[in-house]
Design a binder for this molecule. Structure first.
Ligand code: FAD
Ligand code: DHB
Length: 389
């Protein structure tokens, strides 16, 4: 056998799984389609649940996060000028960490380099074989040459458009999907944050989110129609729209500047079941997508990795299959709860094209309820900081 686990995809879930398995003494090879520079140029998630923070510490990749990350005790949900403070710390005893996915990925690559693990970039035409045989195989093309790796297990960490999920026969997969009729336009700008905590804003003009990467770099988003392109949004237009969607208390303090990145992401809820097919296991975006409103995408990938690394080390080092047999069900239980939370946050905070006046009143009532009920705020906080693994 060439290696114990072939990991397809070198995004955060593939790299973290490789890191944890190698530390436990399990050999892996990571196959990644893109270059390292390309993976590190993608601006994505920004908020780590406390369980994710602890996982990164356990994986030995947390030194820079602990120095440079910003622990946050709460966030705001707003409706016009009503600002509802969700005090995570008081309500749950937990915090979240502001630390970008790009930085997490960077730290994981550095740690993998230090351990000397094998990560192959630029692979094409990955195919997966023999999942029902005593050993599986993965083939790929690199620099025009076809290669074959045999292994005990294959981890499909190759995102929504990857090959792993498609390898499971269509009639054996059950897919659940909701596509939302809008996207998020996000910008990065070297300006100070408009507030010291995140603001999730509902407004008659649509949703906006004020997030940050550090004290001089912000990540701001506005809800836009799916037909819009980033070119339709020169900086002036973005700032004017963002300003009118956030509460006036924040808008008065807004510092604007040139954007250094601008992109549009569609919003989708998606789950494919089961997460296991013979010797193949799906992890992260390969198996599920959440709309970003609850900041769950990256965190859910990390909780899948938690369950799977535990299951694979049991199988490979202790000859016990209990963990791999339970992986799909165990991970899906948590996934569906995060699906519900992300869908609920999205519905509560976005304006749906063509909606009636009743829908708008429901959103406003949800926020008014949060403002007046500590129980409602605690429920939101418990989900936002992350349900237990
Ligand atoms: P990915 O990060 O997608 O990594 C998969 C890797 O597999 C990629 O590097 C890809 O190049 C590689 N790959 C794909 N196919 C193959 C193949 N056939 N062979 C080899 N390699 C392959 N979440 C949030 O919480 N907040 C956000 O603001 C947020 N914004 C996002 C914006 C965008 C545009 C996207 C796409 C996602 C966003 N997410 C966000 C979600 C979050 O980034 C993902 O949940 C997270 O990246 C999942 O990690 P992953 O490793 O499972 O998948
Ligand atoms: C960020 C993204 C999110 O989806 C979210 O809910 C909070 C923060 C961010 O990119 O900073």
């Amino acid at each position: 056998m060439d290696t114990q686990v072939v990991i397809i995809g070198g995004g955060p879930s593939g790299l973290l799984l490789s890191q944890l398995l190698n530390r436990a003494g399990v050999a892996t090879v990571v196959l990644e389609r893109s270059s390292r520079d390309h993976v590190l140029s993608r601006i994505r998630a920004g908020i780590l649940e406390w369980g994710t923070v602890q996982m990164l510490r356990e994986a030995g990749v947390a030194a820079r996060m602990d120095r440079e990350g910003l622990p946050h005790d709460g966030c705001y949900l707003t409706d016009a000028d009503l600002m509802v403070h969700i005090d995570f710390r008081a309500l749950t005893g937990k915090q979240v960490m502001v630390y970008g996915q790009t930085e997490v990925t960077h730290d994981l690559y550095d740690a993998q380099d230090a351990m000397g693990t094998r990560i192959v970039h630029g692979v094409q035409d990955v195919t997966i074989h023999d999942l029902d045989q005593p050993q599986a195989a993965v083939e790929y093309t690199l620099n025009g040459q076809r290669h074959r790796l045999t292994c005990a297990y294959v981890a499909g960490c190759d995102g929504f458009h990857g090959v792993s999920r498609q390898t499971i026969p269509e009639q054996k997969r059950r897919e659940f999907e909701r596509v939302y009729p809008f996207g998020w336009l996000g910008i990065l700008s070297r300006t100070p944050p408009v507030h010291d905590e995140l603001i999730y804003a509902n407004s008659p003009h649509g949703f906006a989110l004020a997030s940050m990467r550090n004290q001089s770099l912000v990540r701001y988003y506005v809800q836009v129609p799916l037909t819009d392109r980033p070119e339709d949004w020169p900086d002036d237009r973005f700032w004017a729209e963002f300003r009118r969607r956030i509460p006036s208390e924040a808008a008065d303090r807004l510092v604007t500047g040139p954007s250094i990145e601008k992109s549009i992401a569609p919003l989708r809820s998606f789950v494919s079941e089961p997460l296991r097919w013979g010797r193949l296991f799906l992890v992260g975006d390969a198996a599920h997508i959440v709309p970003p409103t609850g900041a769950k995408g990256l965190n859910l990938a990390v909780s899948d990795v938690y369950y799977l690394h535990d299951a694979l080390t049991q199988a490979l080092l202790k000859n016990s299959d209990g963990g791999i047999d339970a992986y799909s069900e165990r991970a899906l239980q948590r996934i569906w709860k995060a699906m519900r939370f992300s869908w609920q946050m999205t519905t509560m905070l976005h304006r749906f094209e063509g909606e009636d006046s009743f829908a708008e009143q429901m959103r406003r009532a949800s926020l008014a309820h949060l403002a007046s009920s500590e129980t409602a705020r605690r429920d939101l906080a418990e989900n936002y900081v992350g349900l237990p693994f």
